[in-house]
Design a protein around this ligand. Structure first.
Ligand SMILES: [Zn+2]
Length: 470
């Protein structure tokens, strides 16, 4: 079928002379249209594989596939939609600024776009890329972006540096010394620009005021800037809005999870841009959300449940442990194609509970009854406190199975379910997310934060431990 005319004739004959034909096939090259139609997804990119793909709950097989190792590094092959590719195709003129700010719901590909653009800068221009952390909530995301960049580009490219600006803003205000810290860094960037010409900055889960100040200060000094930033709730001054680009097509979570996330107050109220349907149908709806009811009552039988919230309930911990067993988590059996099963590292337990090792609140429940319930059924746990940056970093850089490198360094051996406050894990994802609702205080219920902050981390299965008052 190398002859265009013969192919067109063949196709038209198939469609009864084109009269009853498929309108989408009319005009242009039949060959190109056929290739486009049967080659979904349209294009792929390769990045360092941060999580080992799993098959048991692998509802996103279209999106993430292991493609073996490249130079000894496990690489992941991601399929992007045209929405993401159009953004990446844009390259500025030599002397122009390159400012892109992405706003979008969780799991629409914001971080992956930053990582791809950063690796482009490092490979093509062999430049230093600054990964800017602008708040405590952005710790995990910053570590993840830096880790992915350094692992994706490999040797011989530019370098990547993490810059921590957490704490310069608090509750909408500059903190004491906050502005000075930013100004001092801008001075460093100016020095840097003298040798490299242009500064390259990535900021995931970014604070709009911090990136605006940095950008404007650099402009005053006539420095050319490449600044790509992203966030779910990214607020900016009016004159920066022109740089905003909305991403809306879900890449991370299957439809069963997306439907839960989009019922969050911030999404229904329009504060976070709504999801739109991707250009290709998802391969499956995803596993239905599993539910554990925490029964709470002033009177009557609570069937072994105790305490105001699931966090204070050992029975809830046991029931969740049983569900993890039905999902074969930690069973060390083998799925088809030689893939191992889900490990305890593939599970997040999230919610609004204080998960700080050093708060008095938590000492009351040490360990919390919920954790006691998990452990009593043989589920090992790892509590990650919000301000324990070493632990958050390890979480961001952790693969579900230890790599050779990690084994050599003695890391990655301990398998455990991660228990954390939902703000600790912004930017990260796991196949299984257990969400602990706390309706008793009225502060941390699902619609206000849980759907957006906890459930959205799931690439496959959500287990919702729900407060039920009887
Ligand atoms: Zn309970």
């Amino acid at each position: 079928m190398t002859d265009d005319t013969r192919r067109d004739t063949w196709w038209n004959t198939c469609w009864k002379g084109g009269k009853a034909g498929d309108p989408a096939m009319k005009g242009g090259s039949t060959y190109e249209k056929l290739v486009a139609r049967f080659s979904v997804p349209l294009a792929t990119v390769q990045v360092y594989l941060s999580r080992k793909p799993r098959l048991q709950l692998w509802t996103q097989g279209h999106f993430v596939q292991a493609v073996g190792e490249e130079h000894g590094r496990p690489m992941s092959c991601l399929a992007l939609f045209p929405e993401q590719f159009e953004v990446l195709e844009h390259t500025p003129n030599h002397d122009d600024d390159d400012i892109r700010i992405f706003r979008g719901a969780p799991g629409v590909g914001k971080s992956i776009i930053l990582i791809l653009r950063g690796s482009y800068w490092m490979r093509k221009h062999r430049r230093t890329v600054f990964v800017l952390q602008t708040s405590d909530d952005g710790t995990a995301a910053a570590y993840l972006v830096r880790h992915q960049l350094s692992k994706t580009v490999g040797q011989g490219a530019g370098s990547v540096q993490l810059v921590n600006m957490a704490g310069v803003r608090d509750e909408g205000r500059w903190t004491k010394g906050g502005k000075k810290k930013v100004q001092a860094w801008v001075e460093e960037l100016c020095q840097h620009a003298q040798t490299e010409g242009r500064v390259h900055i990535l900021a995931d889960e970014a604070n709009g005021d911090v990136i605006t100040m940095i950008y404007k200060a650099l402009k005053q000094r006539h420095i050319t800037v490449s600044l790509w930033a992203a966030g779910v709730l990214l607020e900016l001054p009016a004159d920066m809005e022109r740089y905003v680009h909305h991403l809306t097509q879900p890449l991370r979570s299957p439809p069963s999870v997306v439907r839960e996330v989009e019922q969050a107050d911030d999404m229904k109220g329009g504060k976070v841009p709504a999801y739109t349907a991707p250009p290709v149908a998802p391969p499956s709806d995803g596993p239905p959300v599993m539910r554990v009811d925490h029964l709470y009552s002033w009177r009557g039988d609570t069937q072994g449940h105790e305490g105001f919230s699931p966090w204070e309930c050992e029975r809830c911990g046991q029931l969740v442990a049983d569900l993890l067993t039905t999902l074969r988590v930690g069973c060390h059996d083998h799925a088809p194609h030689g893939q191992g099963g889900l490990t305890f590292n593939d599970v997040f337990v999230l919610g609004g509970m204080k998960c700080d090792t050093d708060t008095t609140d938590d000492d009351l429940y040490s360990p919390a009854p919920f954790i006691r319930g998990l452990e009593s059924r043989g589920v090992p746990t790892r509590k990650v406190a919000r301000h324990d940056t070493a632990a958050v970093r390890q979480l961001a850089e952790m693969t579900s199975a230890p790599t050779g490198e990690e084994r050599a360094a003695g890391r990655g051996r301990d398998e455990a379910v991660t228990v954390a406050h939902e703000d600790t894990v912004w930017g990260l994802e796991r196949p299984v997310v257990v969400y602990l609702e706390d309706g008793s205080a009225g502060l941390y219920d699902a619609d206000q934060t849980g759907r957006l902050r906890s459930m959205s981390r799931s690439t496959a299965q959500v287990i919702w431990v729900k407060d039920v008052f009887t």
